[in-house]
Write a protein that binds this ligand. Structure first.
Ligand SMILES: [Ca+2]
Ligand SMILES: [Ca+2]
Length: 230
């Protein structure tokens, strides 16, 4: 196959999101993301936070989602959860009586900035009286009958309810979501979390204005090309 044809073949595969080549490399992943954002008219920031949701075994409290970021020349993904835990769905004392919050998949414009979650640095959905710095309210649905499934009777809302982006245990790698998410997006390993926060803080946009808001795009695992996540 000629070089040009081969390149066109790869380009087409990226555009239609069905890359079949084994071991999709970081460059391919960034190209796929850039193409996706452009196709859907999503603004690309200096750093772009993403989540990849897998709802399989959600009732088993599994940590099976990916969280991370991409820039024009780097992509970083690690394990975490985009889904709330079994505890905050089934525990009748601690769960929200109105229904457990699930952040919607899809595009979330300017929902987070560097702030404080339970005393440590994280990305927080912060309200601010200055509209320039105020994070937008998060879009989520409430599982009103606590069955983990989005039914027609469950409710869709948009509000500031403290859906943040934070870590699980401060030193240990926990194996289940436990009490770490009632709707928040949560990284399993503190080292990965710290890397993400440090990277956000190293950007020009943060250095210029430390109240800058960041966007978030949550994909579903089914949307991603094969081999996008290991
Ligand atoms: Ca999940
Ligand atoms: Ca439900």
């Amino acid at each position: 196959m000629c070089f040009l044809c081969k390149n066109n073949k790869i380009k087409n595969k990226i555009e239609i999101g069905v890359i079949e080549d084994k071991n999709m490399n970081d460059k391919d992943k960034i190209a796929w993301l850039q193409s996706y954002y452009q196709k859907h008219n999503l603004p690309i920031q200096e750093i772009n936070l993403i989540g990849i949701r897998n709802t399989a075994d959600i009732d088993k409290d599994v940590i099976n989602d990916y969280l991370g970021y991409w820039t024009k020349d780097k992509i970083f993904l690690c394990l975490g959860t985009t889904d709330p835990s079994v505890y905050y769905t089934k525990n009748t004392v601690d769960r929200n009586k109105a229904g457990t919050a699930h952040l919607d998949y899809g595009w979330h414009e300017k929902i987070w900035r560097i702030g404080t979650h339970k005393g440590y640095e994280a990305l927080t959905n912060t309200w601010d009286s200055n509209p320039e710095f105020c994070c937008k309210p998060t879009r989520f649905w409430r599982d009103t009958d606590f069955n983990f499934i989005r039914d027609s009777w469950d409710i869709e809302l948009r509000d500031w309810i403290g859906i943040n982006f934070h870590r699980m245990h401060e030193t240990l790698i926990v194996k289940v979501i436990g009490k770490y998410s009632a709707g928040c997006q949560v990284v399993q390993d503190v080292k990965n979390f710290r890397h993400i926060i440090d990277t956000f803080k190293s950007t020009d946009m943060y250095k210029k204005q430390n109240k800058v808001n960041f966007n978030y795009m949550m994909f579903t695992i089914d949307q991603m090309p094969k081999d996008f996540v290991a």
